[in-house]
Design a protein around this ligand. Structure first.
Ligand code: PEP
Ligand code: MG
Length: 571
């Protein structure tokens, strides 16, 4: 049995498929038979072209035209006689083996494109690198798992689950996910929950501890994993899975109900999304709005910054899917830290979580990144109740600067008679100790707060959310975190801001009485947690919640707070 972090609830039973970064090591040798080597290269080239073509067609069907065009660009490069001619030349004249010839030529083209100061050429450099990897895989006969074609009841085992993996995943065949890194609030966990796939993360070296085809049983709530268990374990967990699915079905009775405590105190229950398509799921799960649209997903898995029009379409789609009367809080780009975007060419940092991320980067890249995004948001605000949220705020001046840019953009739009919501609400994520401490000052200038407990916990406890060695510190039950939440809600509300929470703690049933008692206005959880959260809230009266909160605030250790909240939890 292995233990990890239970990151997406449910029981998974199935067979292992391992997804690993391929090993593309090879020996550089001087060849003897140049024409045989040339044929080997041609065969690999043809195979790469055929696969790229198939991927482009698949992408067109499943994702969209624009994404397919990227792969078609790869096809053009692969068929470019100049580049392939140089590879063949290196084989014939310099007697290089095909792998070395491919690598040398592709690197040369890549460096040439990369040195040109133009976005399109920068993109070409990335494309050439991609092609090089695919050609090398075909030359070396490295097989890759086809994530779009997994057998039924697959337990996917990987070092990490990336957004690009989930984009191609046929999720209905995946019974569970196991990874080596990541915690409850890592993006892999958020993605697994969005797909409703049970997942256990942070199991050291799991990709080497299991073999393809092994039978696995996992509990995505408790974080336990059995490899090739005996029949009694399989029977026990098959029954647990039945109960889990039954309880999930029973939640349907909360559809269409208001979100309120047992004594009628109403709160707003919204959802977190990563892609415009996710908005449909929020409506299906009866969410009352979007409390966090993580726009960084629009910027990931693509070769360049999405244009203002592409962003406008995405934001408008979400607003229209929700309908004009439902709030849609869209967070401006939050990259850096654990969220990487290769084409932004961000500097490598010693301490990425304390570095150049989110609003810091945006305010430094106003022209190419921030203004187009804010303009797209303003234009989309004519189509629904869009609200703008700024992440990683630490100083009041950052918020002021964002508002200044917005007002300049509004003047521009007015001049062009482009419609937008002139009263658009602008708020901040409270996810740094600095913004928590300055909550009164921020409340005077922000329309709303959304407490980002994922980062607030990390920054308060000085513990990285994805690092298993400090996972014992990374807990929202720490009194320091609880007090920070209480203070933020209190000062935010006193200052007239609407206060919500979009960190994972908003969906934690143990914390619900505290958040209610502190006076939080809005809970934003993953779409799949909406009904459970509505149920949990319905179990408490405000009086009971206040008594629990008062007592919980007297404890000074995480373990005491947690044990106390567990002892009073309602089911
Ligand atoms: C948070 O920090 O709580 C949050 C919601 O943002 P993210 O998880 O995207 O950093
Ligand atoms: Mg955050």
């Amino acid at each position: 049995m292995y233990n990890g972090i239970g990151a997406s609830a449910g029981i998974g039973i199935g067979s292992v498929v391992i997804v690993k970064e391929p090993n593309l090591d090879y020996q550089r040798v001087t060849i003897k038979d140049a024409s045989a080597e040339e044929s080997r290269f041609q065969a690999a080239l043809n195979a790469t072209i055929a696969k790229t073509q198939a991927m482009a067609e698949d992408m067109r069907k499943r994702v969209g035209e624009k994404e397919a065009e990227i792969l078609e660009g790869h096809m053009l490069l692969l068929m470019d006689p100049e580049m392939t001619g140089q590879i063949v030349n290196s084989i014939k004249e310099n007697l290089m083996n095909a792998e070395a010839a491919v690598e040398q030529t592709c690197n040369m083209y890549r460096d040439m494109f990369a040195s040109l100061d133009d976005e399109m050429f920068q993109q070409r450099a990335t494309d050439v690198n991609d092609i090089k990897t695919r050609l090398l895989k075909d030359l070396l006969g490295v097989e890759e798992v086809d994530l779009g074609n997994l057998p039924e009841n697959t337990i996917l085992v990987a070092e990490d689950l990336t957004p690009s993996m989930t984009a191609s995943l046929n999720a209905e065949n995946v019974a569970g996910i196991l990874t080596e890194i990541g915690g409850r609030t890592s993006h892999s966990a958020i993605l697994a929950r969005a797909l409703e796939i049970p997942a256990v993360l942070s199991i050291p070296d799991i990709t080497n501890k299991v073999a393809g085809g092994d039978k696995v049983v996992l509990d995505g709530d408790k974080g336990v994993v059995y490899v090739n268990p005996d029949d009694s374990v399989v029977a026990e967990y098959t029954e647990k899975r039945r109960v889990f699915l039954e309880e999930k079905a029973a939640l349907q009775k909360f559809v269409g109900k208001p979100t309120e405590t047992a004594d009628g105190h109403r709160v707003e229950l919204c959802a977190n999304i990563g892609k415009p398509e996710d908005a449909k799921k929020v409506v299906e799960c009866d969410g009352e709005g979007i409390g966090l649209f993580r726009t960084e997903f629009l910027f990931m898995d693509r070769p360049q910054v999405p244009t203002e029009d592409e962003q406008f379409d995405a934001y408008k789609t979400v607003a229209e899917t929700l309908g004009a009367d439902k709030p849609v809080i869209i967070r401006t780009l939050d990259v850096g830290g654990d969220k990487e975007i290769p084409y932004l060419n961000l500097p490598k940092e010693e301490n990425p979580f304390l570095g150049y991320r989110a609003v810091r980067l945006c305010l430094n890249r106003e022209e190419d990144i921030y203004r187009p995004q804010l303009r797209a948001l303003l234009r989309a605000s004519a189509f629904g109740d869009i609200r703008i949220m700024v992440p990683m705020i630490t100083c009041v001046d950052e918020l002021r600067r964002v508002k200044q840019i917005l007002s300049e953009l509004m003047t521009e739009l007015d001049a062009k008679e482009i419609p937008y919501n002139k009263d658009i609400k602008v708020g901040i994520m409270v996810e740094t100790p600095a913004s928590m401490i300055m909550a009164d000052a921020f409340a005077a200038e922000a329309d709303f707060f959304s407490i980002g407990t994922n980062d607030l916990t990390g920054y308060t406890m000085c513990a990285d959310r994805g690092n298993p060695d400090v996972a014992y510190l990374y807990s929202a039950y720490n009194p320091a975190v609880i007090r920070s939440i209480e203070r933020t809600i209190k000062l935010g509300k006193e200052g007239g801001a609407i206060v919500g929470m979009c960190g994972e703690a908003a969906a934690d049933p143990l914390l619900a009485p505290l958040l209610l008692a502190f006076g939080m206005d809005e809970f934003s959880v993953s779409a799949t947690s909406i009904l459970t959260t509505r149920k949990v809230i319905s179990l408490w009266t405000m009086e009971e919640a206040k008594a629990v909160a008062e007592k919980a605030l007297t404890f000074v250790t995480e373990a005491e707070v947690k044990a106390y909240l567990e002892s009073v939890a309602k089911k």
